[in-house]
Design a protein around this ligand. Structure first.
Ligand code: DAH
Length: 354
């Protein structure tokens, strides 16, 4: 009786599965059915588990039938699987391929990068090469080779992040705690470029610089500059001013009125400050130009003979000019940005405007 019962159960189940397989056209449906019936916890397996309650000869008989059915079914699943499609074509999950896709928001350039690219284009069109230098710089390149010896009071002009490297320098028998600095300006690349190319030389160096400053709307610890350097025979301050005027024309798309004042930087002689007529009040004096009618924009000068020597260039044969444009400052003027801290804030409300 029990045997007959189990045989019927197996045959019925087989039929039930075969019936259901008739409609199964997708791989996922087949997979689900296989698990449901033939899986470890499936109905078929459940019946097989009951076999242990049978007598030996009965168990043999039923076991044989069960295996036969199972093989048959597995073969069928395999067969159907190879013909089935991967996709579900049932109406509820229908994919309309004609629908327009989801819009992926495109990124864009940072305002500093935009201004930097413009300047790079301008200078390469005048035959300058673009140079780069390390942001973690040696005290030597950042100060000493720029005519700023250790303990020189002019070092105080730039609040500096010194990096303690006691461990490395101990090996040489000398203990020097202030060997590396986060570069305070892009000027060290002047020396690196001179050593790399020699004279004549025309290069600009865009890059990030760092100062240990208390931040406010006009001061940041991290900002960008663009250094310029030109060295050749018979370079004079006239070449410097002409190049600066060309630069300003490129930026502001018109001839700019400039004024030159003396300025002190240890790596140039003479040093100058190039001001432009205030872009806001056109020289009539306003708060933006601190009521002077002029905006301070470009420190520059003729490269100091000592600096040429540090760069391996003979100051008796060659002369040159250099300038240090505040890229961040320029971007502020160009876009009318009144808080320097916005640039590195990562604030999308600010960034999305460019
Ligand atoms: N490196 C100076 C600074 O960051 C700016 C500067 C002044 C650069 C005069 C120059 C220069 O090349 O000639 O304050």
């Amino acid at each position: 009786m029990f045997v007959k019962n189990t045989q019927d159960k197996l045959n019925n189940l087989k039929q039930k599965i075969l019936d259901q397989l008739q409609d199964a056209k997708e791989k996922k449906v087949l997979r689900d059915l296989e698990i449901k019936y033939l899986g470890r916890k499936g109905e078929f397996t459940k019946i097989l588990r009951e076999l242990k309650n049978l007598k030996i000869e009965e168990r043999e008989k039923i076991g044989k039938l069960a295996n036969q059915i199972k093989n048959e079914l597995q073969k069928k699943f395999k067969e159907l699987n190879s013909e089935a499609s991967e996709f579900n074509s049932s109406a509820s999950e229908f994919t309309d391929v004609t629908l327009s896709g989801e819009k992926i928001e495109k990124g864009h350039l940072h305002p500093i990068t935009i201004v930097q690219n413009e300047l790079e284009n301008l200078f390469t069109s005048m035959g300058f090469v673009i140079e780069e230098g390390p942001e973690l710089e040696s005290d030597y390149y950042n100060f000493e080779a720029l005519n700023l010896p250790k303990h020189h009071p002019a070092r105080d002009m730039q609040d500096t992040f010194y990096v303690d490297t006691r461990k490395e320098t101990k090996k040489n028998g000398q203990i020097n705690t202030n060997d590396l600095v986060m570069r305070t300006h892009t000027s060290p690349v002047q020396i690196r470029a001179m050593q790399k190319y020699g004279a004549p030389l025309k290069c600009v160096v865009p890059g990030r610089v760092f100062r240990c400053e208390a931040t406010d709307a006009c001061h940041e610890h991290t900002f960008d500059q663009l250094e310029g350097l030109m060295i050749d025979k018979n370079i004079s301050i006239t070449n410097l001013i002409a190049t600066m005027k060309e630069l300003l024309k490129g930026i502001f798309k018109k001839d700019m009125e400039v004024r030159v004042r003396p300025g002190y930087f240890p790596f140039v002689k003479p040093g100058i400050e190039l001001d432009i007529k205030c872009t806001i009040c056109n020289g009539k004096k306003c708060p933006a130009c601190k009521n002077s009618g002029w905006l301070e924009l470009l420190p520059a000068g003729m490269v100091h003979p000592n600096v040429l020597k540090y760069g391996g260039i003979d100051p008796k044969k060659y002369s040159g000019f250099a300038f240090g444009l505040g890229l961040t400052r320029l971007a502020m003027m160009k876009y009318g940005i009144n808080d320097i801290r916005l640039f590195n804030s990562g604030d999308l409300r600010f960034l999305k405007q460019f």
